[in-house]
Design a protein. Sequence first.
Length: 368
Amino acid sequence: MEADNLFGLKLFKEVLESEEADKNIMISPLSVSLALAMTYNGADGTTKEAMEKTLELSGLTVDEINENYKYLIDALVSVDPKVLMSIANSIWYKHTFQVEQDFINANQNYYYAEVTPLDFCSPDAVNTINNWVADKTNNKITEILDYIPSDAVMYLINAIYFKGIWKFEFEKSETEEAPFYLSDGTTKDVPMMVQEASFNYLSNDILQALEMPYGTGNYSMILLLPKNDKTLSDITEQLTNENWNRWLSEFHEEVKVQIHLPKFKFEYKNKLNDELINMGMGIAFGNADFSKINPNGGLFISRVLHKTFIEVNEEGTEAAAVTLVELRETSVGGETFIVNKPFVFVIKEKYTNSIIFIGKVMEPVYED
């Protein structure tokens, strides 16, 4: 969905600006937008408008928005039988809190959300929610919630799990230590995978790009590597939806390439409040109107927690993301492609063109 990519690239830029320059980062725009879209079903008035604008959904009706997300969920989980892609949504509300039935129905029908009343005062409540997250991410993310504030009334959670085997796997025997050039001018030896095959490839003034397919080719990882006289910032500054679509259209198909790619594995977490406020959703965190959840009002978003995991090795990629929205009451052949410096990666699906994950690797870290 075009709107999802627009939102995702803007969010990625906001996150880049808020984090230390040399930190490994990965977000799932899809996970964040799904959690917020469920929450959006409870919004009204200027809160609803602000969320539409932030999610790049202005001009669409609520039904159109929900139907688009339902289509997206259905398409992404079924498009490639050789790739495991699961999307799970849940809503947990304080067992004494009254929730509008229309809000529950919309999220069950369009987002397949599991809706559960829960005693938030119970000592097991945090574990109950975290256990759901662990189950839906194949234990790659085992905790998203640290505590439940006394005035919290609802949690809306999205969990995504992805496992894709490379269409062209790397030979483990070919992997060897090789230098990776860090942004501070130093080098670090990392386990570098090597193979030669035909890939979709792009080279322009600022970057080299390579598309590595998973499974039958519906899902792929696109690597964006700065040209020798450029830096990663030169790429991220140009990473608009317009440029992204233009770069995709300029790939040359089936170019023989020898790729050198480091193995990497890392986790990332962020509270996305500031980023979403900067993107225009501030009212949802303050004097909000979520009267379609409960007509008495007084609800606001207190935290949007986002956590991701990725592992890239010779066989393929395993990745997971969780987004939690907390609502309280007022009282996310001939070319050489050597990935030996900081780079951006994108995992996308071909037919919907959805960006599932996007990140940057400043320093590859991999431990078994």
